[in-house]
Design a binder for this molecule. Structure first.
Ligand SMILES: [Zn+2]
Length: 179
């Protein structure tokens, strides 16, 4: 989203020495932003990507020439994403995944902790606080929906520092009610 992780992912895709038919890029179907088959960064970079509903749908997209799989918004790829990535890696295919660490309630986003354990390399992309431009560790979402998985307009989410995230969450019932 705003953190520059998609830009980073597309950059890695473009810098990769592999040919286009050796690289497979996927993104979640629920991500309605921008073009249907392209992953666009806010900086204007693009990468052709298949839209899939869940990680298992990567399997039929793999071909004999696939050497790398790029996954955007990996936190939305369903409950089996870790198993699928592990299996792809066992077939000597390099997996590059971009995802959000924390949801808007500052909870670990589903598979991210397990994914970090699986990773041989981690690149942390720090966003800037929407309000004060300090490093942002939190995701603030505009009130209005309590659905965990909402990928919509980029302006629905904001990167925020702890101070401004707390300020934004103040008075919202979801943070004061027990989990
Ligand atoms: Zn701030």
């Amino acid at each position: 989203m705003f953190a520059g992780k998609t830009t980073k992912l597309i950059g890695l895709y473009n810098e990769s020495p592999f040919m286009n038919d050796e690289k497979l890029a996927v993104k979640p179907l629920l991500d309605q932003r921008y073009n249907a088959t392209r992953i666009n960064s806010h900086g204007g970079l693009q990468m052709l990507a298949h839209r899939i509903g869940k990680a298992e749908e990567i399997y039929p997209l793999l071909t004999e020439t696939t050497r790398e799989v790029y996954i955007d918004e990996v936190q939305f790829m369903g409950p089996y994403v870790i198993e699928v990535i592990g299996e792809i890696m066992m077939n000597n295919i390099h997996v590059i995944a971009a995802g959000l660490d924390k949801d808007y309630m500052a909870r670990d986003f589903g598979p991210m902790a397990a994914l970090k354990k699986l990773a041989t390399q981690r690149i942390e992309v720090k966003a800037q606080c929407h309000i004060c431009k300090k490093p942002a560790n939190f995701t603030y979402r505009e009130p209005g929906t309590d659905d965990l998985v909402v990928v919509g307009h980029s302006d629905m989410y904001q990167a925020r520092c702890e101070e401004h995230w707390l300020q934004g969450m103040e008075g919202r019932k979801e943070i004061s009610s027990p989990a």
